[in-house]
Design a protein around this ligand. Structure first.
Ligand SMILES: NC(=O)c1ccc[n+]([C@@H]2O[C@H](COP(=O)([O-])OP(=O)(O)OC[C@H]3O[C@@H](n4cnc5c(N)ncnc54)[C@H](OP(=O)(O)O)[C@@H]3O)[C@@H](O)[C@H]2O)c1
Length: 290
């Protein structure tokens, strides 16, 4: 007798990681119910080589305002929730999306008594002082205390984000903080999705995960210059300017202050966890058009 496939509600499905999660869920035989703001954009290929959702989604939930306009019907027949929902380049406030919108999905998931809620967070979630890190931390706290089985995957930097360093290298100079000795484990979205899927039926847990290599920021700059075919030029801004930059940006706007804190704290804190995957940053940079 074959059992019927589990249904996963995927939120944040149109993002870099969300698209890879949809692809992996579909490949592993799950029914995918995706919440998206706009179906046309969702079906088209995503940025940074992330797949389009056409053919990967079984049920579409179109919600331009996200969870705010959804009721308990969104969870009908849902076995698990997977969330890669969060503000990166979008204009919304992290508190409204990373915390409150994820919390709304969690409340709906609790009511529906789904089996698990897997959340893609970020490494060092408990340390940051930016609004973004506080919002993510608040959600992780709520999820940890939920009666739905909590699964928290905290990744290191994505290849998508690190494309910026390649773009700087192509233009000739990479700027970093100090000697650039903070360590990261860059990870491809497909490798991260594979990691998440391997944990989906494993029960509660928290995992810090990165790609196959531990690299300093300076190593990443070097790899980017190599791929771009440019001579290495790294400009290290003294670490001592960090507090002044935070002070100044706080006076520009709360958003500017929060973003400055997020980037500076990221540039000063190692993001190193379990190694996973096989795709290297050098291969990814080499695949980008010059
Ligand atoms: N980038 C990194 O290096 C990195 C590293 C570790 C962890 N993370 C975290 O991992 C998560 C996923 O990252 P990602 O790079 O895949 O992000 P992404 O590409 O920006 O995707 C974020 C997802 O959240 C949705 N979203 C954002 N604001 C929204 C709003 N106001 N209303 C409704 N939906 C909204 C987006 O929908 P739309 O497509 O409609 O905007 C998208 O589906 C984020 O929480 C991020 O902070 C990122």
């Amino acid at each position: 007798m074959t059992s019927s496939p589990e249904t996963v509600l995927l939120v944040g499905a149109t993002g870099y990681v969300g698209r890879h999660l949809a692809q992996r869920l579909h490949a592993e035989g799950f029914r995918v119910r995706a919440v998206v703001r706009e179906r046309g954009r969702a079906e088209a290929p995503g940025a940074y080589d992330a797949p389009g959702l056409a053919g990967l989604v079984d049920d579409w939930v179109i919600a331009p305002r996200g969870a705010a306009e959804l009721d308990s019907r969104v969870m009908d027949g849902v076995d698990r929730v997977v969330s890669a929902l969060g503000v990166t380049r979008q204009k919304a406030l992290p508190w409204d999306i990373d915390f409150l919108m994820n919390l709304r999905y969690l409340e709906l998931a609790e009511k529906a008594e789904v089996r698990s809620f897997l959340y893609v967070g970020v490494m060092n979630i408990e340390k940051g002082t930016s609004e973004l890190m506080r919002a993510k931390h608040a959600f992780v706290e709520a999820l940890s205390r939920s009666r739905v089985t909590p699964q928290i995957v905290n990744p290191s930097g994505y290849f998508s984000d690190l494309t910026e360093i390649y773009d700087l290298a192509r233009r000739g100079v990479v700027v970093g903080l100090g000697a650039g000795d903070v360590r990261l484990m860059p990870i491809h979205g497909a490798d991260l999705a594979e990691f998440c899927l391997a944990r989906l039926r494993s029960g509660a847990g928290t995992w810090d995960v990165g790609g196959p290599e531990v690299l300093t920021y300076r190593d990443i700059a070097r790899i980017a210059f190599d791929a771009a075919g440019r001579k290495e030029r790294y400009l290290g801004v003294p670490r001592a300017v960090a507090p002044a930059a935070v002070w100044a940006s706080d006076r520009v706007s709360p958003r500017a202050g929060s973003l400055t804190r997020f980037f500076l704290e990221g540039a000063l804190t190692d993001s190193v966890g379990e190694r996973h995957g096989s795709r290297t940053l050098a291969e990814y940079y080499a695949s980008l058009e010059r």
